[in-house]
Ligand binder design. Structure first.
Ligand SMILES: Cc1cc2nc3c(=O)[nH]c(=O)nc-3n(C[C@H](O)[C@H](O)[C@H](O)COP(=O)(O)O)c2cc1C
Length: 341
């Protein structure tokens, strides 16, 4: 990868403290393995809104994947599909959702930002429904983009601005004969949105609504009260507000506040099968994995993504076996302890 693109993926905001906390946060927890509990048949599978997943793992939404591999999001979706896992397509993807829907992944979600142009949003939701997507995931932690030093230093991403392709918007560029750049610069995001706006988004389809960017018990309660069905505990991989807690650090308070009224997904810093076991023990229903998938994509396209995700799934099975746990859903608070080191 060119250094500018490597840094675009690897980097976070500010002094990258939140990004570091996402990884370090897992060190506060230790697993409590049990023995002699019949692990002759261990199963990592789960059902998530009617999708049968090989493990409770989704690929996080990450935009502009053609910067990383020529097939972009299509290859990532193929890899996730081959591993039997879920894939969240970014609204800012370089491949259109219709193309990605042909990639053979059975659990696709569309991630969206709240746009000022509601007609555009409604159209995207309708297209997602039409293409067989299973959920809409609203990312709410980007009213503005975080201050990312690495990106500032490089000034320009890719060889030219034309390297940026917005597959989901191509149709509208043509209709409105506007350029990609104009779209980017036109202040697409609506900064005035509040909780009451979620109702409009929910009313656009029957699909479940996931909300990504929840980091507090207060917002978890607001989300549940607003009818959100999946809470994604996330700080955007440490790319937005710096000096916030690691995602895993706030998982417990969110799980407590949600109190079973919605599913909870942990996103940020998940690198090892034991990280997944910790998150599930603390009450998450699933996890999302971000940057590692892009490294695998850079290395070997769809094959790389499939290999990484199959490895993670297989190793999660090994961890469960070593923990004395037959099904992922059996992991609970007794399987983890907090340490002060
Ligand atoms: C290159 C890159 C692009 C991203 N683009 C988006 C995006 O378009 N929408 C979104 O909701 N999150 C986006 N994210 C954040 C990820 O969805 C996710 O929250 C984060 O990467 C998880 O942390 P991890 O990389 O430590 O696993 C992006 C992250 C990266 C690294």
């Amino acid at each position: 990868l060119q250094p500018s693109i490597f840094d675009f993926v690897a980097g976070g905001s500010g002094d990258e403290q939140t990004m570091a906390s996402n990884l370090r946060g897992f060190d506060r927890f230790k697993l409590r393995p049990r023995i002699l509990r019949d692990v002759s048949s261990v199963d990592t599978r789960i059902d998530f809104f009617g999708a049968d997943l090989a493990a409770p793992i989704f690929v996080s939404p990450m935009g502009q994947q053609k910067l990383i591999h020529r097939s972009g999001e299509k290859a990532t979706a193929q890899g996730a599909g081959r591993a039997g896992l879920g894939f969240v397509l970014s609204m800012g993807a370089s491949v259109s959702l219709e193309e990605v829907a042909k990639a053979g992944c059975n659990a696709l979600w569309l991630q969206m930002y709240y746009l000022r142009d509601r007609q555009l949003m409604a159209d995207l939701v309708a297209r997602a429904v039409q293409a067989g997507f299973r959920a809409i995931c609203l990312t709410a932690d980007v009213p503005v983009v975080g201050f990312r030093r690495r990106d500032q230093r490089h000034k320009q991403l890719g060889n030219s601005p034309a390297d940026f392709v917005f597959g989901n918007f191509e149709k509208y560029y043509k209709e409105r004969s506007a350029s990609t750049d104009a779209y980017l610069l036109s202040g697409l995001h609506d900064l005035a949105v509040t909780w009451s706006d979620l109702e409009w988004l929910r009313s656009q389809s029957e699909l479940p609504l996931a909300l990504k960017g929840v980091m507090t018990r207060e917002d978890a309660r607001c989300a549940v009260d607003s009818g959100v069905q999946v809470i994604v505990v996330s700080n955007h991989g440490g790319r937005q507000i710096d000096h916030a807690s690691g995602a895993i650090d706030v998982l417990q308070e969110v799980v407590e506040a949600v109190d079973g009224r919605a599913k909870v997904v942990l996103d940020g810093g998940v690198r090892r099968p034991t990280d997944i076991a910790i998150a599930l023990s603390l009450g998450a229903d699933a996890v999302m994995v971000g940057r590692p998938v892009l490294w695998a994509l850079a290395l070997a396209g769809a094959d790389g993504v499939a290999e990484l995700l199959k490895h993670l799934t297989g190793e999660l099975g090994r961890v469960l076996t070593l923990m004395g746990i037959a099904r992922v859903a059996d992991l609970d608070a007794s399987n983890v302890e907090t340490v002060n080191r």
